[in-house]
Design a protein around this ligand. Sequence first.
Ligand code: PBE
Length: 267
Amino acid sequence: SNKASLGESVEYKITGIDPGAGIMKATAAALEEYELTDWELIEGSGAAMTASLKKAYDDEEPIIITGWTPHWMFSKFDLKYLEDPKGVYGEAENINSIARNGLAEDLPGVHKVLDQFHWTPDEMGVVMSSIQDGTSPEDAAAAWVEENTDKVAEWTKDAQEGNGEEVKLAYVAWDSEIASTNVVAKVLQDLGYEVTLSQVEAGPMWAGVADGSIDAHIAGWLPLTHADQYEKYEGDFEDLGANLEGAKTGLVVPEYMDIDSIEDLKE
Ligand code: PBE
């Protein structure tokens, strides 16, 4: 059948990202729920995944990736989410800011900025696309901060200025989080703080905030994607709420592929 040849055409492989990402766990669950026993989820990284996507897209070859929104890939390529009738990837997600316990007392100005930090997928998209076009994350963040003074003023309103105090932020090298974390770091630097960014895996990012070795991360995908970490460390961090609404995860394919639903992957 056609569907068998679709599986064969991608060697029954889904191009994934780093094993610690929540979307990898959701995809493993999807393979079970949809009984896609012949299929394999391939580990890699966000960068390797987008490189494979670009290569396939340029050749109009089939590819199935673990995808998410906001992401620049949707403005570079014509892509679609596969329908998920079983709801394995959940409903729309938020991205929350997560602070270590005690940050409000130790660095109230930093805590306030993190609490007030809130932007839209489109705003994040500007920074992401600029990085994708070759600007360094630092420069892309600095340019955005310079061009959006009103927005930044909302985040820094009534926030105590720093005097070189060290702030440690952790993030995972997902394009969305590279963008957001660099923007917040720039805002805190401009306010007088000394910001250190650590690029880590998802597990250590949550663990670091819980054990206090990291001051905060702004990469909590909830309620579903990071539910495991959230439950594991609940009580050992402060959830500052959503900094972005309308995020989404799922399986993504180029528009030119003749497939609409995860169910279509089953022979
Ligand atoms: N992501 C992007 C992450 C969260 C941010 C969807 C790849 C994940 O844990 O799956």
